[in-house]
Design a protein around this ligand. Structure first.
Ligand SMILES: C[S@@+](CC[C@H](N)C(=O)[O-])C[C@H]1O[C@@H](n2cnc3c(N)ncnc32)[C@H](O)[C@@H]1O
Length: 459
């Protein structure tokens, strides 16, 4: 496997009894089971994922509690709810087993988590991509073969004898597995994803294990399809070299520049929390000269803002600007996440692009390229004073005002009374304060409802 580097300073890490260590940054990176956890600040990353996991378990609890205890008059409803209740309870146990390496017991208070929830994109829950697991390792054989076959055809004519391949945003790992086994030559594969659940599932299955996991289809066909127990296993493969799973952030990958001959980004560029332009440069950095970037997936899911609904041509142009030479482009329809137990079946028009890092790419990017930023000492070392930097000034004021407003909630004051206090404190004129407080409290209220898992509607 390509050597791991520190995601902060990109120097090689050394192996320790429980994982890896960067001597320069004095940071230790643990392993989750067999999966290296290579986050820039591993303790904070672990805490965050642990809390997301605890929220997911709490959500399952509230779903179980919300199932009506009194018997429904309809036999079909009774059958559906019984199946759901049993499925949810089984699922909690399955998750506890699979995610045991995250050490579930260690948790922050909900408030602390919310206050700190700026570190990981909050929309990436630990169970966000669970359907992909079933597609990869249970019912998705047709979809998997179509995609893998297509990408092998695109890559094959361009590959050398020995290939170091990195799959970024590998999810539960099936595409990485299929490419690893179906591509010719000597393929050395690293699968990287930010989500520890997907990494732990993928790692177990890819190394020959099996798992049992309950699927909850979005639009179940019959009552027994509401919660289905699936056995997950990998089909046999020919490549005897192991695949390495890494839990890390693709925007801060733990590898030295030039470590790979192929970087694959399957269904990633549309969800990653980084501008496309710096991300393309990041991919270029990871590739050796002449290396290949294979992108496959949707291009324009980036949030709801119409400004971000980019087209395939923009990706191609951006790639060329970053010093890539386009070798192949196609738009092809593929079935997507078509669970046999669900009435929802998607077909997606998918953009595939293969681009080669040209010899002069580093020259073209000179001046515009943002090289890897080292984390400041005051983040890495707990004993260095945190500076009052200009970047922080605005945030400090905003957070103080927010804390002040929250402190005014006493069960007696209304918004007008709060606005008056803000005016008295000379923080804002009362007429502006009323609007500002209303907007802020609405946001707080919505976040509180989402975080507590209380839905407005009952089943
Ligand atoms: C739409 S899924 C695609 C998964 C897989 N590539 C597939 O085709 O089934 C997007 C994946 O990107 C991962 N992801 C999102 N942001 C990431 C990041 N910053 N670093 C690493 N993985 C990320 C998610 O955890 C998820 O597995």
């Amino acid at each position: 496997m390509s050597d791991l580097a520190c995601p902060n300073c990109q120097q090689a890490v050394t192996t320790t009894a429980n994982g890896y260590r960067c001597k320069a940054c004095r940071i230790s990176f643990p392993k989750l089971g067999k999966v290296p956890f290579m986050w820039p600040q591993p303790s904070a990353g672990l805490l965050d994922w642990r809390n997301r996991f605890n929220f997911a378990l709490a959500d399952l609890d509230s779903q179980i509690t919300a199932i009506p205890q009194h018997s429904s008059p309809l036999p079909s409803t009774r059958q559906r709810l019984t199946c759901l209740s049993q499925g949810l309870q089984t699922h909690q146990n399955e998750l506890q087993d699979i995610l045991a390496p995250l050490r579930v017991g260690e948790t922050l208070a909900r408030e602390t988590h919310l206050a700190l929830a700026t570190r990981l994109p909050s929309h990436h829950g630990i169970l966000s991509y669970t359907t992909h697991i079933f597609r990869d390792w249970s019912w998705g054989e047709e979809e998997n073969q179509l995609v893998a076959g297509h990408l092998v055809d695109v890559l094959k004519p361009n590959l050398g004898e020995r290939v170091r391949m990195l799959v970024l945003g590998a999810g539960a790992g099936r595409l990485a597995y299929d490419l690893h086994h179906k591509l010719p030559g000597n393929i050395d594969t690293v699968a990287l994803d930010s989500n520890p659940f997907l990494c732990l599932v993928g790692q177990t299955l890819i190394s020959g294990g099996s798992l049992s996991l309950t699927e909850f289809p979005h639009a179940p066909i019959d009552a027994e399809d509401v919660a289905i127990s699936r056995i997950l296993t990998a089909p046999p493969g020919d490549n005897t070299a192991p695949i390495t799973y890494i839990c890390a952030d693709a925007t801060r990958p733990p590898f030295a520049p030039g470590s790979f001959d192929v970087v694959v980004t399957p269904w990633l560029i549309d969800v990653i929390d980084m501008g496309l332009s710096p991300f393309v440069l990041k991919v270029g950095e990871l590739l050796a000269e002449g290396g290949l970037w294979l992108n496959h997936g949707s291009v324009a899911f980036r949030g709801t803002n119409p400004l971000n609904r980019i087209t395939a041509n923009e990706i191609a142009e951006l790639s060329e600007q970053a010093g890539f030479e386009i070798c192949h482009q196609d738009n092809t329809q593929f079935p997507y996440l078509q669970s046999p137990a669900s009435r929802n079946h998607r077909r997606e028009n998918v953009y595939t692009q293969l681009a080669k890092k040209s010899a002069e790419s580093h020259i073209r990017n000179k001046g515009t390229r943002r090289t890897h930023q080292h984390l400041p000492d005051w983040i890495v070392h707990a004993n260095v004073p945190v500076p009052v930097s200009p970047e922080f000034q605005t945030q400090i004021t905003t957070v103080r005002i927010h804390a002040f407003i929250m402190g005014l909630i006493d069960g007696k004051r209304d918004i007008n009374a709060m606005a008056k206090v803000l005016e008295e404190q000379r923080l804002m004129p009362a007429n502006q304060a009323t609007q500002a407080i209303r907007g802020f409290l609405q946001k707080m209220y919505e976040e509180a409802v989402t975080a507590s898992g209380h839905s407005q509607s009952s089943p």
